[in-house]
Design a binder for this molecule. Structure first.
Ligand code: ADP
Length: 476
């Protein structure tokens, strides 16, 4: 069972943080208690020394001994501080002994210290240190100080160490909790957009192409992922709409000639119409229209395929334009139109037959959409980067609103006009696809009532480009 990203991220963030907090607390505790133990040990030494110094300073040289009251005070003070002392004079006689004085109190204090140190896990044992009592240049006696070795905590020290341990524990727990919380929050922040993107992708897979995710992510990579999913969804939406429209358009285009032929044939079969060569010719022309449409669809599929097959050879666009003008001469003459070719260009790498197809389509459109007595010009121009052919007419033109649409499949300006001229509205789409496959551009400029100019530009270096359409106020 795969683990959840959020859980994995939480662990990945929280575990190192927790480890860092634990290590820091442990080391700080270790170093601080070590330093404190050193301090306490120093204190213990200096206290023993102070006891010896006090005893020496209070020695009465005239009397040759100590005042009993003072000995008692210093002895009891030391005892309450955890130091059991025995004082000897120079002759080696015991002058004051804490244990002799109050044995029960001594044992009680020793037990308390042992218990305290056991609790602090610093177990030691009682030891004795002896100091010479020096006054002036001479030694006046000795003091044996019994204490808990190597060091011991006073009540106040014990409370301090306890408070320090508690503080470390509280800090470690608080930092640990913060690390866990931070890990969870960060993981949620990272995992949420990923989960949303996955949910969006699932909806798209289920056919919901209207999915648009909020681009609310902190990291560039996540934002990129969301953008890609939104783009994918929009692209699939467009493709879906195009597919539906294409099916409707094809059905529409096929329905008219099929319905006409079916009607003619039924009428002839039922004897309502006499079978005459004219009526058969009418059926034949409808069938020919159908055949031409299917042929165009085949060509469209071909140029819209991933890699339309092109046979690239050096092509002289002037020669192609001449041939196209030639083939349209009769049609143009019937409408008393003039077709002129001008200019020249160095050959460009192109598919000769496809170039002819594009120019024939543009020029025959010019003938179709130019009234009787009009003028059509095929102007060939050259540049170091590309060769171009402009097909210019002074025909009906296209409005600025419709100009960008004429390259779309099945788009026809004013349907009734075109039913008469016979086009299905895919000639320009095919031309556009062919020019794009050559890495060139196909642009259109037009003004209603004045005419149109279609420019095909084929680069000398091959590379894909897109065709564009734009409207202009004035024509060349
Ligand atoms: P069709 O087969 O209908 O001519 P096209 O794809 O070749 O289809 O052209 C699409 C539409 O663009 C045409 O229906 C027409 O209205 C418009 N069009 C194309 N060329 C011209 C032109 N030279 N002058 C005016 N309109 C044009």
């Amino acid at each position: 069972m795969p683990k959840r990203l959020r859980g994995q991220l939480s662990l990945a963030i929280a575990v190192p943080l927790l480890l860092a907090v634990a290590l820091m607390s442990l080391l700080t505790n270790l170093f601080s208690s070590h330093a404190f133990d050193d301090y306490v040990q120093q204190q213990e030494l200096s206290r023993s020394q102070t006891i010896a110094d006090d005893l020496a300073s209070q020695f009465d040289s005239l009397k040759g001994g100590w005042d009993d009251g003072f000995l008692h005070t210093i002895g009891m003070y030391s005892l309450y501080s955890g130091y059991l002392i025995k004082v000897y004079n120079n002759a080696g006689d015991l002058v004051w002994d804490a244990e002799n004085h109050d044995m029960t109190l001594c044992w009680q204090i020793m037990d308390e210290i042992s218990a305290r140190m056991e609790q602090a896990r610093r177990v030691g044992a009682f030891a004795t240190r002896t100091y010479d009592l020096k006054k002036g240049d001479g030694i006046v006696g000795k003091v044996a100080v019994r204490y808990y070795a190597p060091f011991f905590y006073s009540e106040a020290d014990h409370r301090f160490v306890g408070a320090l341990d508690t503080a470390f524990l509280v800090i470690a727990l608080a930092c640990g909790a913060a690390a866990l919380l931070l890990g969870r929050l960060l993981a949620r922040r990272i995992a949420r957009p990923v989960a949303e993107a996955a949910a969006g992708a699932r909806r798209i897979a289920g056919g919901d192409y209207g999915v648009q995710l909020r681009e609310k992510a902190d990291s560039e990579e996540l934002r990129g992922l969301i953008c890609a999913i939104n783009h994918l969804s929009a692209a699939l939406d467009t493709q879906e709409k195009l597919r539906k429209r294409l099916t409707t358009d094809i059905a529409h285009e096929l329905r008219t000639p099929i319905a006409a032929v079916t009607l003619y044939l039924e009428a002839m079969r039922d004897g309502l119409w006499e079978v005459t060569p004219e009526r058969l010719a009418q059926c034949h022309s409808e069938m020919a229209r159908l055949g031409a449409l299917v042929g165009e669809l085949q060509q469209l599929a071909n140029v819209e395929s991933e890699s339309p097959r092109l046979v690239l050879v050096p092509v002289d666009l002037r020669a192609v334009a001449d041939a196209v003008a030639e083939s349209l001469a009769a049609e143009a003459a019937a409408k008393r139109q003039s077709v002129e070719v001008e200019g020249a260009a160095e050959p460009v790498p192109a598919d000769d037959a496809r170039m002819r197809q594009v120019l024939l389509n543009l020029a025959s459109n010019a003938v179709k959409y130019t009234p009787e007595g009009g003028h059509i010009r095929l102007a060939v121009t050259d540049s170091p980067e590309a060769a171009a052919v402009r097909v210019i007419d002074d025909g009906v033109g296209v409005t600025a609103a419709e100009l960008p649409l004429i390259f779309e499949r099945f788009y026809r300006v004013d349907g009734s006009r075109n039913r008469r001229t016979g086009g299905a509205g895919i000639g320009l789409t095919i031309a556009w696809g062919i020019v794009e496959a050559h890495g060139g551009t196909l642009t259109a400029e037009s003004e209603p009532g004045k005419g149109s100019c279609f420019t095909m530009r084929i680069p000398r270096q091959q590379g894909r480009a897109t065709a564009t359409a734009e409207a202009t106020e004035s024509l060349p």
